[in-house]
Design a protein around this ligand. Structure first.
Ligand code: SF4
Length: 333
């Protein structure tokens, strides 16, 4: 429930601002100059704010698209991610957002038209090469879809950009919007999973695995292309069996033809964010795991990381062909 909405003066009359505010008639509306005044304020506590986040409606002025890290690819030549929203309604202990931002408030950039213009331009610039646009980097792509109407507003664009793909990365079951429209052939709805056992503790608020699978089946029956994202891989004793069971559960239910791509990567996070998170949740057992720091990134110790990648890659390739497999390190293809 949103009790407070901050609104940048510049977009106070934007139709999307009015639509979003209308969904929360009891919320207190507060005008502000720039969203950073609220979002980047010092002396905020992400953990406390997460209990009752406010919403901030803002305008993004530049940097609509960012080059995606090379390991992010799912085929194609060019890769960009974008964030129409910052922060997430879920609360995953391994999520980098809690280490990156001071605030847990949700920022929604309402000027979708400017994101779309940037996508059109990039698509055109790359001619007949394939361009992937990834949503869900700084938020969950679908979790707030009934409020943001993100899919209804962005997917029609992709019907006009045949060389481009949109990946919607999610842990949500908010698929009503997608089920109402015709499937868009160059869109991948990509669901992330970790095994249920660590998931119960580490993914607060995330719909249960079975419900996400049900959502995937509904989408697949309507003709949507699906992605599977086993990223981040999470270690705990017995991980081989836990992941084996997870893969068996998922691949035994989803038709291979509906699976567009499967990606794989171990937990990793910039050291600075990791330190921030440990300060926020000093009692969290997960952070006391077998981690080490290399080149400014915290991840599992090298041997363990290689073992996890290798075991999971082998198991996944029992279910899918290599052409659909995109591990974050090519050594495991
Ligand atoms: S669902 Fe994704 S974005 Fe949301 S808290 Fe979990 S890891 Fe972070």
């Amino acid at each position: 429930m949103i009790n407070t909405i901050y609104i940048e003066q510049e977009i106070v009359d934007h139709p999307r601002t009015l639509e979003i505010c209308a969904r929360f008639p009891d919320a207190t509306l507060i005008s502000c100059g720039h969203y950073g005044e609220i979002f980047n304020r010092k002396a905020q506590n992400f953990r406390l704010q997460k209990e009752n986040p406010a919403m901030i409606l803002a305008k993004k002025h530049n940097h609509f698209l960012h080059q995606a890290p090379p390991e992010y690819g799912i085929g194609g030549e060019y890769h960009y991610y974008f964030s129409h929203m910052l922060n997430c309604i879920y609360d995953c202990r391994y999520c980098f957002l809690q280490g990156m931002y001071r605030s847990a408030n949700y920022v929604i950039f309402v000027n979708y038209e400017d994101f779309q213009a940037a996508m059109q331009e990039k698509s055109k610039e790359h001619g007949d090469k394939t361009v992937n646009f990834y949503s869900g980097y700084d938020c969950d792509s679908l979790a707030l879809d009934p409020v943001t109407r993100f899919t209804a507003e962005f997917l029609p664009l992709f019907k006009t950009l045949p060389n481009s793909w949109l990946e919607l990365r999610t842990k949500s079951t908010q698929i009503r919007g997608l089920l109402k429209m015709e499937p868009v052939p160059n869109c991948v709805v990509a669901f992330s999973f970790i095994p249920a056992e660590p998931g119960r503790d580490l993914e607060q608020g995330v719909p249960q695995l079975e419900r996400r699978l049900e959502a995937m089946l509904k989408l697949c029956n309507r003709g949507w292309k699906l992605g599977l994202r086993f990223d981040p891989l999470i270690y705990q004793p017995g991980f081989k069996k836990l992941y084996q069971e997870l893969f068996e559960t998922i691949f035994s239910q989803l038709p291979l033809a509906a699976i567009h791509s499967v990606s794989l990567g171990v937990f990793r996070m910039p050291d600075k964010f990791f330190r921030n998170i440990v300060r926020l949740y000093p009692d969290e057992k997960f952070y006391a795991g077998p981690f080490s720091s290399q080149h400014g990134m915290t991840s599992y110790q090298r041997d363990l990381e290689q073992d996890m990648m290798s075991v999971c890659a082998t198991q996944i390739l029992e279910y899918i062909p290599k052409s659909k497999f995109f591990p974050c390190d090519d050594a495991y293809r």
